[in-house]
Design a protein around this ligand. Sequence first.
Ligand SMILES: Nc1ncnc2c1ncn2[C@@H]1O[C@H](COP(=O)(O)OP(=O)(O)OP(=O)(O)O)[C@@H](O)[C@H]1O
Ligand SMILES: [Mn+2]
Length: 617
Amino acid sequence: MGLQGPPTGATNPFHQKEQPPLREGHFEPRYIYVPTANGWAVRWRRWRGPCARAAKRSPTPENERALAGSAPAQRRSTARTMLNMKLKERLALALSAFLVLFTLMLVVDLQMDYGISGHRIPLHGRVKIGDDTDKGRSAYIEFRKRFLQKSNGSNGSREYEQSAPSETSGSEAEPRTPATPTDHFEDLQRILALQLQGKADDNPVVVPPHRDLNVLRPENPTIGEMEDLEPSVNASNLEKFQLKIAQHELYEDGELLVGAVLHDMATAPILHVEQKEGGTQLKLIIDYPNGVQALFKPMRFARDVQTLPNHFYFSDYERHNAEIAAFHLDRILGFRRAMPVVGRVVNMTTEIYDVTEGDILKTFFVSPANNFCFHGKCSYYCDTGHAICGSPDMLEGSFAAFLPTADLAERKVWRHPWRRSYHKRRKAQWELQSDYCDTVRTTPPYDSGRRLLDLMDMSIFDFLTGNMDRHHYETFKMFGNDTFTLHLDQGRAFGKAFHDELSILAPLLQCCLVRHTTLAVLLKFHNGVPLSKVLQESLKYDPVAPILWEPHLSAIDRRIVTVLDAIRKCIEKSETPLQNEIDIEVCILKDISSKVYGSSCDILDSGLITDYSCDIK
Ligand SMILES: Nc1ncnc2c1ncn2[C@@H]1O[C@H](COP(=O)(O)OP(=O)(O)OP(=O)(O)O)[C@@H](O)[C@H]1O
Ligand SMILES: [Mn+2]
C-alpha cells in the first residue's frame, strides 16, 4: 500500500501535518491514511524505500533479468548457491543468524542498564553522588536512570488521559504508587536527624525547629484571649472555634470542634442565603441557626472534568471539591491554616430559592432539560450559558466555615510576592528577575519572623494541589506580622491531574528555604503511608465522598517527589556555590524536570524561569 492522502474535503486531524520528502532507501516512520468504515484513519507504518522493497522480493524471472543488468555476477551465484543448499546447511545458517541477533539484543539491553556513560547504575537504591569533579556527570546519570525507569515502568495515571469527561472515578480504587524503586531521600533525612541533635543548625536551606517561630511559639494567644471573650453557654460550635483561633494556627492538632463544625454545616437547617459580593465567581453566604455562617461554592461539573486546555488559571472554573480536599490536605500536612470545609447536597427550591431575596432571584430558571438553574451575578461565568443547575433541583456544593467577622478579628490582605500577572501576555516580576527572592528576603515582613517560611509552605501546598490562583493572602491583624498566613480560596486547585505546574514552586526554588517540620512531614509520607492514601481515608467521611478523582490523588504522591527533589537540589547547590552568572532556579528546575519527568518537560533556556511546564507522558 502506498502513501495516500485523505479524500479532498475529508476531515482529518492530521491533514495539516506536513510530511517531509522521502529519501530513497531511508527508513522513516510515516503517517498513512487508511480508509475505514467511518472515514479516514491514520496509522503508523514503517515506510520502506524502493531499495528495501526490492531487496525483500523473492527472485522472479523478471527481476532476475533486471538484476542481470545491474547487480554483479557474484550476487547471482550466491543466490543460486543458497537455493541449492541442503536443508541441514540452511538450518545451520538460520541458527547462526539467530545467535548473532540474540547477542546484539543482549548488548543493547546492557547499554540501557549502564546508561550512556558506561558506569554501572544499580537499578535499585539511590545513586551516590561521586566526588565534586564528577558531580554533574553522576547527577546526569541519576536523572537518566530515573528517566529510563519512568519510561520503562508504568505511570499509573496515564490511562486516565483517555477517560471520558463524564466518567466519574471510583475513589475506592487504590492510588497507584510508581512501580519504580523508591528514592528514600536519605540525604535529607540525615539533615533532619542532625538538626534534632542540635547539629546542622546553619543549614542555609532547612530551617531547624529552634529557629522557627511556628515551632517555638513564644506566645500563642487566641482571638478569645486577645479580645477577652469567652464563649457564652449557648455559643455555637463555630463561635467556640473562632474564639480558639490562635496566633500560630487556626485550630490545634486533634481539635474536636473541627468535626463538630463540619457536622453542623452539613446537617443544620439553612435559614437564609445571599450572594457574597466580591471575588470572581458565584459564592453564597449561608445562614444557619445560632448565627452560624458558611461560604458556599456550587458544584459545576463531575470530579474528573479537568481545566480546559485553553483556559488560563485566572479564567478556570472553581471546583467545590477542591475546597473540600484542600482543607483535608492542609490539616493532614499539619499546617492547620485552612478553615473547615464540608460537602452537602441542598434542595435548590427549599434551601436556596425559598430562603433568598434580591437580584439573585431573577437569575433562577428552568433549563431545557427541566433542571432548576441559577447564575447569580459576578464577573465571571454568571450568565445563562454558565448557569449552575441542580439535578433536577438537588445541588451539591462546598460549605466553608465562616471566618470571624471584622468586628471580632479584622484581617489584613497582602499581595502575594509571587502572584501571577493575571494577564495573558504580561509576565510578573518574579518571572523576569532571577534574584527576585533576594528582594523579597530584605523586605518586611519577609525579612524576619515566620512569614517567608509560611510562603514556602504555601508554595508546597499549592504545588501539591495544582493551585495557581494565589494572588493575595490574608492574616489576622491583631496578631501582627508574626502570625500564620491563612490558606483561603482553594477553588482553582485540582484542575489538572496529569500536569505538574512547577512554576507554583517558584518561591521555594528561588529562595531555597524550607521548614524542618515541613520537610519532615513530606518525608514521612513519601517513605511511609502515601499522602494520597491518608487523604483518601480522611475524605471518605465527607457526605459527598468520593471527593477526588483518583488521578488527582496519585498526582499528590508524584508531586511530593518533585518537592523533595527541589529541596535536595537546593542543598546541593548551597554546598557547591555556583559561578555568579548561573541562575540557580533554572538549574534546579532543569535537573528536577529531567529527573522526574524525563524529556517531556520543556524549560526555556533563557536563563529566567519563564516558561516551563511538565506533562506526564
Ligand atoms: N471561609 C470564609 N469565611 C469568610 N470569608 C471568606 C471565607 N473564605 C473566603 N472569604 C472571603 O471571601 C473572599 C472571596 O473568597 P474566595 O477567594 O474564595 O472567592 P473567589 O471568588 O475565588 O475570589 P477570587 O476570584 O478573588 O479568587 C476572600 O478574599 C475572603 O476575604
Ligand atoms: Mn478564587
